[in-house]
Design a protein around this ligand. Structure first.
Ligand SMILES: Cc1cc2nc3c(=O)[nH]c(=O)nc-3n(C[C@H](O)[C@H](O)[C@H](O)COP(=O)(O)OP(=O)(O)OC[C@H]3O[C@@H](n4cnc5c(N)ncnc54)[C@H](O)[C@@H]3O)c2cc1C
Length: 300
């Protein structure tokens, strides 16, 4: 692996570089060992950066808000690229589409819709993290998914070329998009419908209130740990298998919503994985169903 070219490139572009950066500072779970190198580029540096990483055979991953990931205690080899400095958002002239960079917070995009009487994203109210992360995982709730508002996505391919993809090209499925390994969502155009701002605001407020009453939103979590099984909510299966309140170390199955594991203090990735195993076994024993993780597990 050749880091010299990378170092020179970051200096020449003024890209912020942090070495041995604790990932626990960048995840909603507050878990994760150090990333060898953390980079915070702006949009204009991305294509060349990817080419340099490929040329130096340096492994990399991209992170948005860190709200859907579980990072190993041993940390992450290579480079972690953060999208937080790529965060502009603008309405088009006809005020029917939004152009959002990947690092822009999803809730900021939703707020802009609310202020401008644009409907389509209300069901995504309260989902933390970035727009790019929401697209990569086709985030959704209340019957609304990110794919429903995607007109096009600018995707940086592992060879440094940028492609404009339609929603169909993105191969969206339940909590996933089919993008090539190593590709990075740079920005997206979101297509919305005009509606009464007051009505949109009311729907958003209702969805947020419902989430607050049914999810441990103020606790350190990464949202739902497991995917739903066909039409049955994973949380319901876990609840009925008696998983609420189970814990390993400081990681606990929330008493409010069984599919949320919360870090009550100094929980580790190892604790989290052990609890996932225990809960998965209980559900399998009771229902014969093997739960699939929804959170992305990464690191050494
Ligand atoms: C309290 C709470 C409630 C939640 N509620 C919901 C919910 O209702 N519905 C739901 O779907 N999720 C929910 N989540 C999970 C999470 O917030 C969403 O999945 C969110 O969209 C993840 O965005 P992020 O930017 O944090 O992604 P990250 O966690 O940073 O990354 C997630 C994955 O996306 C990839 N990724 C991120 N950015 C890019 C990019 N620009 N290009 C390519 N790949 C990228 C990462 O490599 C990683 O594999 C919740 C989480 C919490 C903590």
């Amino acid at each position: 692996m050749n880091y010299e070219l990378l170092r020179e490139f970051c200096i020449s572009r003024g890209i912020e570089v942090r070495l041995d950066e604790p990932m626990s500072m960048h995840t909603s779970l507050r878990i994760g060992g150090p990333a060898d190198i953390a980079l915070f580029p702006d949009e204009s540096s991305f294509p060349e950066l990817i080419r340099i990483l490929a040329a130096g055979r340096i492994p990399y991953i991209v992170i948005g808000g860190g709200t859907n990931i579980l990072v190993k205690d041993q940390g992450i080899d290579g480079v972690v690229i953060f999208t937080s400095k790529m965060n502009s958002i603008a309405l088009n002239a006809q005020r029917s589409t939004l152009n959002a960079e990947a690092g822009c917070s999803l809730q900021k995009a939703l707020n802009l819709c609310v202020e401008n009487g644009l409907s389509g994203m209300e069901g995504l109210a309260g989902i933390p993290g970035s727009t790019g992360g929401a697209i990569a995982g086709n985030a959704g709730s209340f019957g609304c998914e990110m794919k429903d508002v995607i007109k096009s996505v600018n995707l940086l391919m592992p060879d440094g070329m940028i492609k404009e993809l339609s929603a169909d090209d993105m191969g969206f499925q339940y909590r996933s998009a089919k993008i090539p390994f190593g590709s990075i969502i740079l920005s997206a155009v979101l297509l919305l419908k005009k509606d009464e701002p007051f009505e949109i605001k009311k729907r958003v407020a209702n969805f947020i209130n419902e989430k607050k009453s049914k999810q441990p939103v103020s606790k350190a979590s990464a949202g739902c740990v497991f995917k739903n099984h066909k039409d049955t909510a994973a949380g319901k299966l876990m609840d009925e298998a008696g998983c609420k309140g189970m814990r390993v170390g400081d990681i606990e199955v929330s008493a409010v919503h069984a599919n949320f594991f919360v870090n009550t203090g100094n929980g580790t990735c190892d604790d989290f994985l052990r609890l996932m195993d225990m809960v998965g076994s209980k559900v399998k024993e009771k229902f014969g169903i093997i739960l699939e993780p929804e959170i992305r597990i990464m690191g050494k």
